[in-house]
Write a protein of this length. Sequence first.
Length: 277
Amino acid sequence: MSIKSVLLAIIAGDGDKPRGAIDYAISLAADHGAHLSVIVGAIKVPVVVYSGVAEVQAIVTDENDTRTHNADDLCESVRNLARTAGVAASVEVVTDAIDPLFGRIGKRARLHDIAVCGRPRPSDVWATELAETLLLSSGRPAILAPDDFDRTRSSNAIVVAWDGSAVAARAIGGAMPFIDRAGQVEIVSVLGDRHADDIVAGADLAPMLAHHGVKVTVTNLPYSRNVGKTIVEHAQNVRAGMIVMGAYAHSRLKQMVLGGTTTTMLQYSSVPILMAH
């Protein structure tokens, strides 16, 4: 299995650009000899035509022009970074209203081996929407890259968050290009995780991963009410280079109301996460 096409998705906004995602996507494409596609979304404010509000229309038009200009600048910055790294990249600005824009990004991600975006940040209002679009609408694995990840201080070990669910198995399938290259894979389960629908012990999963020629260990962590935080802290402690896990194994509405492992991981992980749904 190999990665030959990578999509980097960015929403141009008021916050700082997702430098972690940009650097990660370029490095990923360089490491795998893959083509990098970059799509920068500029959310268009709709112009509502009413009599006597020409000033409002002018303000909206000016705002849309500014957003498109910012997206163009971001595209040029990413294009230059990719060129410096020797990565072949195609860069595109997409301007549309909120729902059509995210729909177009989700469809575009389906045409690539893997997608990369920034881990949601409080300063970027659309970052969570972008991550969820890639996870729930693309049918492809997605990597969420935090800004504070330092590859030079991490190992090439991968932590697999395993609860026996179908989405966790799907994430492992999407992570195989990374697992095949990893020096070590650690299967991590949180004991007493009451959200697991179909428990399959990590020890039962280990032989499948070992067949890929990597060293596999199995770790059972003590029960915690916050499974996501427990997994994140463990991955940080072992200096993992990646966390692999399934996304939204349960109702998206339930995650919104009650929180959940996926929500926690989206908010707090300082380690890149490969997720699949």
